[in-house]
Design a protein around this ligand. Structure first.
Ligand code: BMA
Length: 340
């Protein structure tokens, strides 16, 4: 391999399918059997999408955005042998406070999941007198203990880095407004203890490029590579019929991730297939997780489709890093530290 995936386990049984197309313009290809999670996936749930998974004890587990049949989204827990076929608990995850008392948000959506040392952290969007970020930790997937909400409203799209950087936990997020925010950049914040967050820095903003001209938001937890932190994010454009969500890619500086080293000027994936173009909210590709194998450099991207399904797309660290570098355009607001 030309580039390495660092500080990450080998996952030899990760979902994978070779690319069957020749001369791919962009080196990201869809799983042929997409979508992997269809409508009505479990009792009481109409749709699962925008969800996050991790390898666990030779298998896979995940936290899933489940839109229930009462119209309220909550987070459900799921397990899989192969990362493709998922079994879900019939009940939502019940969060508790530090005293073990029930501490449920009134709704919860777009979860991400990351392992830091021996603890798994879920982070999502919820109500805190306005859309904000919620967080919980678990070591056994039975007890999920909520942490303090990291930010004031309004904020969405929060993603934690899989390790401390310069001895601090790092979190990407997107400050927003109370509605379907028509603006939005990615910021980074740091914390010594996962309770107090500060040293907020601007990482990258929307651009003049059409596919990401309205807003952007962090997607999957960044992957540490020999070139820096590989970030899959979503970029949004506006059309006369509403927003279109595509997947973009950037590489952040390894020690100072508020600095963008490379930023791909083209999208990596945009709605093209029926399950991306057609659904509860059409034209949405919304990445929330990757599974990656440090031995082979294979990367599987899990993304929500049209607020209705979950799908898989594949790439390799060599192909995607080369592609992002070859198509990179960075602006002053990308490469600076982001402190004003
Ligand atoms: C965003 C979030 C996502 C959703 C997207 C498209 O604001 O709510 O969960 O996928 O809109 O509807």
């Amino acid at each position: 391999m030309k580039y390495q995936i660092l500080n990450s386990p080998a996952v030899p049984n990760m979902p994978w399918q070779e690319c069957k197309k020749e001369n791919l313009d962009i080196p990201v290809w869809r799983y042929e059997q997409n979508p992997i999670i269809n409508r009505n996936p479990v009792k009481g749930v109409a749709r699962i999408f925008n969800s996050a998974v991790v390898p666990y004890e030779g298998k896979f587990i995940g936290v899933f955005r489940a839109e229930r049949k009462d119209g309220i989204p909550f987070i459900y827990f799921g397990r899989s042998e192969d990362g493709i076929k998922w079994d879900f608990d019939e009940d939502r995850i019940e969060f508790v406070d530090e005293n073990g008392e029930s501490f449920m948000p009134s709704y919860a959506y777009d979860p991400r999941l990351v392992k830091i040392d021996d603890t798994y952290y879920a982070i999502w969007c919820q109500d805190a007198y306005g859309a904000s970020i919620g967080m919980a930790k678990t070591t056994d997937f039975k007890t999920w203990t909520r942490l303090e909400n990291p930010f004031l409203p309004f904020n969405r799209n929060a993603v934690i880095f899989p390790r401390k950087i310069n001895d601090k936990y790092m979190l990407l997020s997107r400050p927003s407004d109370s509605g379907h925010t028509p603006f939005g950049d990615i910021y980074i914040s740091e914390s010594p203890d996962l309770t107090y967050w500060g040293k907020h820095r601007h990482v990258m903003g929307k651009t003049e490029l059409w596919w990401e001209s309205v807003k952007i938001g962090a997607g999957a937890a960044p992957i540490e590579t020999s070139e820096g932190w590989l970030l899959f994010y979503h970029g949004v454009t506006g059309t006369c019929n509403g927003f279109v969500y595509s997947i973009g890619g950037a590489i952040l500086d390894k020690d100072c991730p508020s600095k963008v080293k490379y930023r791909c000027s083209t999208f990596l994936l945009t709605p093209e297939e029926w399950y991306e173009e057609r659904g509860f909210v059409p034209n949405v590709c919304f990445p929330c997780a990757t599974i990656h194998d440090s031995e082979t450099g294979r990367i599987a991207i899990y993304y929500g489709c049209a607020d209705s399904y979950v799908s898989l797309a594949f790439t390799t660290v060599d192909q995607i890093v080369d592609y992002i570098k070859e198509h990179s355009i960075v602006r002053e607001s990308d490469i600076e530290e982001g402190r004003r």
